[in-house]
Design a protein around this ligand. Structure first.
Ligand SMILES: N[C@@H](CCC(=O)N[C@@H](CS)C(=O)NCC(=O)O)C(=O)O
Length: 213
């Protein structure tokens, strides 16, 4: 695991570039125009399970942010840290209640929706995946995601997007990919507006992603 020059900010991501959690940090760095180096970890080869990696990122997961000898894991902690310590547009609202709402949605997206994720894996956006039968639980979770988007559209101006907007758009993107007819027009518009941002598209179209899984 070659270490970067001292003083360089480094984002460690999965080598296949298909983690939505890593995507969030990629987007934060680009939206806020923060210079960084990218390092890729081959999860399939177990590069995240070496004693060296685990001593820096004890969960053995990506994304990880490195600043000199400081290593920070967990996408939400990293995103919030970058937002608070850098210039550029605020990606978490300044207003305490609006910020709490953002964190509420970000927490839901981490703790709930496991069936939606299982039935509509993010990998499918880039490589064909074996078909998975939808389940009633996944249907309920999809309806709940749409409901969260509708609540946001009713409550706040669409610009600039916040962390919760980005992650909701990533979740909607799964449904748009696997079963577009399900997605209401206003939710399509919400997701497309965010998915088409240069910060997101630079990740979607990255040549670093292997052509085959
Ligand atoms: N709660 C973590 C989740 C990160 C996560 O699940 N990363 C996956 C890739 S999508 C990972 O590194 N998996 C490797 C493993 O668990 O061995 C975050 O928000 O950063």
């Amino acid at each position: 695991m070659a270490l970067p020059e001292k003083g360089t900010r480094v984002l460690w991501v999965d080598s296949r570039l298909c983690s939505p959690w890593a995507l969030l940090i990629w987007v934060v760095l680009r939206e806020k125009k923060i210079p960084y180096e990218l390092r890729r970890v081959d999860l399939k080869a177990g590069e995240n399970r070496t004693p060296e990696y685990l001593s820096r990122a004890p969960s053995g997961k990506i994304p990880v942010l490195q600043e000199a000898d400081t290593w920070l894991s967990e996408s939400l902690a990293i995103a919030e840290y970058l937002d608070e310590t850098s210039d550029g547009p605020r990606l978490l609202p300044a207003d305490p209640l609006a910020r709490a709402r953002d964190r509420e949605v970000l927490s839901y997206l981490r703790s709930d929706f496991s069936e939606l994720r299982r039935c509509m894996p993010f990998e499918g956006l880039f490589w064909s995946q074996p078909a998975v039968t939808m389940t009633p639980k996944a249907d309920v979770e999809i309806a709940r995601v749409f409901d969260l988007v509708h609540k946001r559209l009713a409550a706040k101006a669409p610009e600039p997007p916040t962390l919760a907007d980005f992650e909701l758009a990533f979740m909607v993107r799964r449904v748009l990919h696997y079963d577009p007819k399900r997605v209401p027009a206003d939710v399509v518009e919400f997701s497309e507006r965010i998915w088409s941002r240069p910060s997101v598209q630079s990740w979607v179209t990255s040549e670093l992603r292997p052509a085959h899984e």
